[in-house]
Design a protein around this ligand. Structure first.
Ligand code: HCB
Length: 800
């Protein structure tokens, strides 16, 4: 029975290994055309295929890596593309029988595509189309796009592959050092773009060996739910006695194959330097393994060539810079009309410099050839700034021109609820792997109610889904009217945002500044409306990046809507520059080892999740728990306090540091309390009412227990009456009070007065950062302790 690509749902599929290096070992000379061997030496090519099938390959790849017209032209074979590719597929099919699938191997054209070179997207598309069509006609089961470094080239190949018939397409790029392709694309961006383009599997081949590709596969696994494919080289080649040698053995490649499968790979094979021995070892190693189940939450993302912008519900909201729009901008319109694009590019650069993570591009000047203008603008903008673009036009041809030349995943701005618009735009989004912005208007205009807008949004979303566009790639603009003309409708827009998100589960977009047309001080209205819209759930505002109030307002939005936990981002953005002079910690209290230094830093950073492990490790290494408390933890929290004083830190950081201390202390505490001694008596401890600081009081408690006291810890924020009650009930020898604020210190006096008024003679010891010996004496306390050690001594003294 013929194998099916669907098998990868149940098992790991094994791809074959290298063809080129195998042909070389069979006599292919340097400079000779490998693809010609499909015609001249078919028996050799077929023998290699058979060896791979016998080694356990589920998929074998044809000898057509350079079988496109550009490459074949170099050997005078430019007019034999169909013949060579068809012959190659026939050879592979005969060798595969029903034991393996045949994938036509499609490598790069070797051309530099615009803007880096002269070759156009259409020319490259045509070359791939010719090659893939021949291979598919000859019966190729799969299309394998491989060793691509240019995102534009693999996009063109992908379109050609999809246009050649319903054959699964596996897409592989090659990454230098596991980080970026030669033209700068990172694995995440590649995966996002290829997933939206409709690949059947994405991944990487070639590169510098399996260790590098493990990083690539791990990164891709986070952002795509597609099957992952990987074909590493047998390591980085080295030259030994004039021979190119690939270092990795079959056993090592097999070990890595298992690691790659564990990282999420579904299809594993080999590239340069691998041979049937490697594939046999890989096949044996992955036999019986089932694909790892990956749960990848839907990812809303747009990309440039070398970066991905995630539109998520965390952090500062992303926005789209709106300034490349000639409406009412004479100089820009003139620049576009003249086809110069100088101001367009300057405007793009300035917006990105002002912090715009994404740009809208509208070149709709009356009378201009918008198709040519869009093409040129996109090419030139992308040559200088690499951010995702929103291609903004009412002309589908202009949109398509932009989609072709933009290397990445753009946003189409826009489609609306009219059938004509949906039919023109949605197929473009699907074809070119773009996200789409739907305007809630149709032939009747913009509905005045939120419900009316929701109805149109639903129509757009349903149509987009029917075209195969993923829900996470649909953005709805609920359109705001100007408040001066339609005041009652502004709140309807906001309600619509909420409704659309809740009912349709898509992201929302809004051109914010429309709201203020016709009114003075537009920036006041714009920034307020922006904040309101974000409060209602707006995901992606379109706005002026030069409006500082709006830009900064987005940081405030992030804090106020809980998108910026502990206001970390806000504080980073707005705190005064860090004082260069280091904050001094006394010599004696300085952490002495790297480990302690790390713990010190962890308290400063508020790393409450990792502190326990760090402290545990330090204790296991033999650090004295008391030393850890006195020389690392306490100095660290004190430095937090100093930073707070100097307005370098703010309340969220104080809170995080406090929680981190608590987590650290949970680990240290049992170690401190192991040395039990005699029972000296009972001490009732409390932080006084109104004060929630208890780190110091907790340390005092542990130390007292450690020295033989029974401690009744009443906790923090403890009412005076409760303390007095406990002193009597527990027949306490000493009451220990803690206060850390000038506002709560008087509570200590209140406790002493209440005790004495009730005739309770129990001795009282006081402490806490703000308390002094003088103050203790003034309120009639029996003792004062500056730190936990002093508290132990003072308690003993009070015991007499
Ligand atoms: Co807090 N806080 N804090 N805080 N906080 C302080 C105490 C300030 C000094 C910071 C500042 O402004 N520079 C300040 C008080 C200023 C003042 O009154 N003059 C302050 C403020 C203002 C506030 C808030 C009002 C902030 C706000 O909301 N705007 C708020 C108060 C809420 C409330 O209590 N109602 C607040 C909140 C917090 C937390 C929650 C974020 C966190 C506490 C977490 C917790 O304890 N579970 C916190 C922290 C961590 C601090 C700092 C940074 C550290 C305190 C600390 O743990 N020190 C502190 C700044 C500082 O002190 N440098 C800042 C380390 C311990 C080991 O020292 O002095 O407590 P310790 O204890 C020693 C010693 O005094 C003695 O032994 C201990 C061990 O050696 N000892 C006793 C203590 N109690 C004893 C009792 C005895 O009988 C005998 C000895």
């Amino acid at each position: 029975m013929q194998k099916s690509f669907d098998l990868l749902k149940e098992k790991i599929l094994v791809l074959d290994g290298a063809m080129g290096t195998m042909l070389q070992s069979c006599g292919l000379k340097p400079g000779e055309c490998p693809e010609r061997w499909n015609i001249d030496h078919p028996e050799v090519v077929q023998r290699i295929h058979r060896l791979y099938v016998a080694a356990g390959a589920d998929i074998i790849q044809t000898n057509t890596f350079g079988g496109n017209r550009f490459k074949l032209r170099e050997f005078g074979l430019g007019n034999q593309v169909a013949e060579i590719n068809k012959a190659a597929v026939r050879l592979a099919k005969q060798a595969a029988g029903d034991r393996a699938l045949v994938a036509v191997s499609i490598g790069p054209t070797g051309q530099l595509i615009e803007p880096f070179g002269e070759t156009t997207f259409d020319e490259v598309y045509a070359a791939f189309r010719e090659q893939v069509t021949a291979a598919v006609q000859a019966g190729a089961d799969l299309i394998s796009l491989e060793t691509m470094s240019d995102l534009q080239e693999i996009r063109a190949a992908m379109l050609a592959a999809r246009d050649s018939g319903p054959v699964p397409v596996i897409c592989q790029m090659t990454f230098e050092g596991g980080q970026r392709t030669m033209l700068g694309t990172d694995p995440v961006t590649a995966a996002v773009v290829l997933t939206t383009l409709g690949a059947s599997a994405v991944g990487a081949n070639c590169s510098g060996g399996p260790a590098e590709l493990l990083k690539v596969i791990t990164a891709m696994a986070m952002v795509t739910d597609l099957p992952l494919v990987v074909q590493p080289n047998a390591g980085l080649p080295v030259l030994i006695d004039g021979q190119t040698v690939y270092p990795e053995s079959p056993a090592t490649m097999a070990e890595y194959a298992v690691k790659l499968v564990d990282a999420g790979a579904n299809i594993v094979g080999g590239c340069c330097g691998t041979n049937p021995d490697h594939i046999r070892a890989i096949s044996q190693a992955v036999r019986g393994r089932r694909p790892v189940k990956r749960v990848v939450p839907p990812v809303s993302a747009l990309t440039g060539r070398s970066q991905t912008l995630f539109i998520q519900e965390q952090g500062r909201p992303i926005f789209i810079g709106e300034r490349i729009n000639p409406t009412a901008r004479k100089k820009l319109a003139e620049d576009i009309r003249a086809g110069r694009m100088l101001h367009v590019v300057e405007e793009a650069q300035a917006q990105v410099a002002a912090g715009a993570p994404m740009l809208d591009v509208n070149v709709g000047v009356p009378g201009v050839d918008e198709v040519a203008a869009m093409r040129k603008a996109v090419l030139q903008i992308q040559s200088t700034v690499d951010v995702p673009l929103a291609l903004d036009s009412t002309n589908p041809e202009a949109i398509e021109a932009g989609l072709k030349v933009f290397a990445g995943k753009p946003l189409i701005n826009s489609v609306n609820g009219e059938a004509k618009s949906l039919q023109a735009i949605l197929p473009l989004a699907r074809r070119y792997g773009a996200a789409v912005l739907g305007l809630t208007l149709d032939s009747h205009g913009i509905p005045s109610t939120a419900e009316g807008r929701l109805a149109i949004a639903r129509r757009i979303v349903d149509a987009a889904l029917a075209y195969g566009i993923r829900r996470e790639d649909i953005y709805i603009d609920c359109l705001v009217q100007t408040v001066s003309a339609q005041q009652a409708e502004v709140m309807e827009t906001l309600r619509a945002i909420q409704l659309v998100k809740r009912e349709l589960g898509v992201k929302t977009i809004l051109g914010v500044s429309n709201v203020s047309h016709g009114l003075p001080r537009r920036e006041v209205l714009n920034s307020t409306f922006l904040a309101m819209a974000c409060g209602f759930g707006l995901d992606l505002p379109i706005m002026n990046p030069f409006d500082q109030r709006m830009r900064e307002g987005l940081w405030a939005v992030a804090v106020l809507t809980g998108r910026d936990p502990y206001a970390r981002g806000y504080i980073d953005e707005f705190r005064p520059a860090l004082n260069e002079a280091p904050i001094t910690t006394s010599e004696a209290a300085k952490p002495s080892s790297d480990r302690q230094q790390r713990i010190y830093q962890a308290v400063l950073n508020g790393e409450k999740a990792s502190i326990a492990a760090l402290v545990k490790a330090a204790l296991e290494e033999g650090v004295d728990p008391l030393v850890l408390v006195n020389q690392t933890l306490i100095p660290a929290i004190e430095e937090v306090g100093e930073r707070y004083d100097k307005k370098i830190f703010f309340l969220p950081q104080l809170m995080l540091a406090g929680e981190t201390m608590k987590a650290a202390f949970e680990v240290v505490k049992p170690r401190l309390a192991t040395e039990q001694a005699q029972n000296l008596g009972t001490i009732v401890l409390a932080t006084v009412q109104g004060d929630i600081h208890d780190i110091g009081k907790n340390i005092v408690a542990v130390m007292l227990e450690n020295y033989g006291w029974r401690v009744v810890d009443l906790g923090r924020d403890v009412p005076t009456a409760t303390i007095v009650e406990a002193a009597v009930r527990e027949q306490a020898t000493i009451v220990g009070l803690s206060a850390l604020m000038t506002t709560t210190m008087p509570r200590m006096a209140e406790v002493i007065t209440a005790m004495r008024a009730r005739g309770v003679k129990t001795k009282v010891m006081v402490g806490g950062a703000v308390v002094t010996a003088d103050y203790a004496a003034k309120i009639g306390a029996d003792g004062y302790a500056a730190d936990a050690r002093a508290a132990v001594l003072k308690a003993k003294e009070l015991l007499g």
